[in-house]
Design a protein around this ligand. Sequence first.
Ligand SMILES: C[S@@+](CC[C@H](N)C(=O)[O-])C[C@H]1O[C@@H](n2cnc3c(N)ncnc32)[C@H](O)[C@@H]1O
Length: 733
Amino acid sequence: MGRSKRSNNKPNAGKRSQTGGWKEVEKENVKWETYYKQQPIFKNDEEFETFKKFCKEGLPLTFRFTNGNNITTNNDRQKEILGLFKEKILPNLDNVEYETEVIPAPVTIPWYESDEVEDILWQYNISKTIIRKKDQFKKFQQFLVMENVLGNIARQELVSMIPPLLLKVKPTDRVLDMCAAPGSKTMQLLEFLHSTEKATGFVMANDADFKRSHMLTHQLKKINSPNLIIVNHDAQFFPKLFLDNDHKNFMSFDKILCDVPCSGDGTMRKNVNVWKEWTIQGGNGLHQIQLNILKRGLKLLTCNKYTKDTNELIGNEARLVYSTCSLNPIENEAVVAAALREFNNDPYNIKRGEKIRLLDSSKDLNGLKRVDGIHWWKVFNREADELAEYDETDEKCVKMNKSMWPPTKEEIEEFKLERCIRVYPQLQNTGGFFITAFEKYKASEENAPKRVKIDENEDQEALAPSATTEPIKKSRMPRDFNEEPFIFLPSDHEVIQSVADYYQLSSDFPRDTLLVRNASGQPIKSIYYTSPIVKNVIQTNEQRLKLVFAGVKMFIQQSAMKSTPENNIANVTARFNWRIQNESLPHAMKYMDLEKNNLIFKTSDKEFIKACMFHNFCRYEALFKLDPAFKTYIENVTVGGCAFIYFDRKGTDAESKENLMVPVWLGKNCLNFMINKELQTELLYRLFELKFEDIKAMQEKEAKEAKLKSTVVEISSVDNTPAPESSEQTEQE
Ligand SMILES: C[S@@+](CC[C@H](N)C(=O)[O-])C[C@H]1O[C@@H](n2cnc3c(N)ncnc32)[C@H](O)[C@@H]1O
């Protein structure tokens, strides 16, 4: 393997010293070493030394080809970008020489399977430092960054991808990600939810940290899912949500991810400060909160039911995955054992006949090298005293919890902690991770206690301030005071009527799931679209949820034409100022008839598309010359509004090329592709094989010219606002 001490010890692995110089973190920690050597994790010192050696090295690069925001259509984009990587980038990465090393080519990871596309996950044993230093990698890095920004490639540590895989999310699932920020696992959950055309379930991503919960919004925008809800709660007290408007039934979740806060000692290859900061107290101090979050998750989980005679699962399997990026048994097996012990002995659960157990995942993720969970471990206090058992009268046990100690002999039999998964850095050159899957089930009826009527109020989860059955007064509304509200528009609202008419959306377009985010409740700037289930969850639980984000921005009003009482949008016939946001087009497209919709101009002419894409404002005369059919189209369409160019690439090009539909703004004399600068770059590279340098030069030239003409070219703005007023200005000049 191309691993050299020098190349993998990253120079940025440190912190500025007080004198201003760069101080490298020393990759040694005696407390950590002593602690782990005493645990029954590694067979002998030699095995520990191998572990330590890997912990000191930089991590390989891992990247996954996703379907980006193309989630509701087919996998053509994913296949095309993967094909491009294999054809144009990969050949340059084979056995690259660097100083005295030869770095082998990237390899695929077989256990990340997708039904549709092969080879979606890659690992390349090279550090970021070399990538930046060596010119040969420049194209590869530009490609990675470009596709990552657009959400077509996910950069995520290999082991961090395991928990969502084990959750086995289906498009119909109600999914809760309890500790979600920064959101790399939520991305995967959404990818799985949208693995078929129609996702009827949803993913609720939660984080207790207010800022981090807002960060999730930014991160997850890449995937632009109308089935996502972002909330901000302490997961220990996550509120029980109602299922329906009459507030009679509580909702349970089919899949729950509990990727809890942890000491992170499995991430020391990436987060070098762990070497400096690791203490015994770090893990000990997190044990209780980890247990509380896990217990809350188990409470909210759907209970699996089995047939009486054959013990077969009825319906879909519900499961919860608990994970940490730590290898410390106090944060892992001790938490899992305590949850099993407490849940299965809780009189409330016994009364309901509900139990929990660990699932056997040994047949899952075929090819992943892993080690079984452990049954016993040593417990140390912050002074590193080894404590044989918990004694509340012993001073040494202050700040310790009884649940930190290993299970009894009987419990070992019952708990099956070997079903937990431990992944060590040396097994397949990754970080360290701990993962285990739980199910909640009803004991088969022969053994179950007689059915008893359950009084929900007995449920101790009233712990949660917002989980009372009393209606919550306005002053106690959990949403943050400064947050804009989420207000659904009535389905017969005139603006909805007008967008549906203008874009010729079919009658099954869900007109009642569009919302606005302003106090007036009127569509002023943007209209967001959610899936029906998301609308139901939000409306039913308005008083309980601290909602951060939901919905994808679908319609945006052009600032040039504000809707006023005098200028009633419904009366505007010559011009229409609500455009469709490019990223949300895959959702809207489902309700458009591509054959009959006369806003769509179809072409398979590469030169035509190139001309449109190359210039921010492309004059019609030039385009008429390239494709005379476009003249007829323009003569019959309303200029001064949004329309679409559909680029059919199957006819002219080889298979597995993505057909593209792009929103355009039609001015009086020219056309403007409404895509942002990042997508413009990507498409010019992907479709026309232009070099990055040439694309950049072209974009700079366009921007300069636009400036010279004092136009407001906003093609690069985040909102990809095409600024029709600027088209107008350009045309007038
Ligand atoms: C290990 S990180 C989660 C990583 C995330 N799952 C991912 O893959 O990107 C733990 C997260 O838990 C959040 N957190 C800490 N305490 C929490 C609590 N009581 N409830 C919910 N989230 C919490 C932290 O803010 C942090 O973002």
